[in-house]
Design a protein around this ligand. Sequence first.
Ligand SMILES: [Zn+2]
Length: 68
Amino acid sequence: MSKQAMREETERLVREAIERRGLTIKQGDTRIDAVCGKCGATNKVTAPKGENRVRYTCKDCGHAQATL
Ligand SMILES: [Zn+2]
């Protein structure tokens, strides 16, 4: 299994676990595809309405930063 396939599989499992728990994203929240400034990975970040600078930690390299 390639590294990329393993990562996609992990993301799918996490997504399914979240859906099973019924943790859906509230209406009005914004989903931002934030690109990590360090490793370039795309992170899905949920921002409250009207907020576009959200602190997050990169899922790939753990680098803490804020969305632009
Ligand atoms: Zn990163």
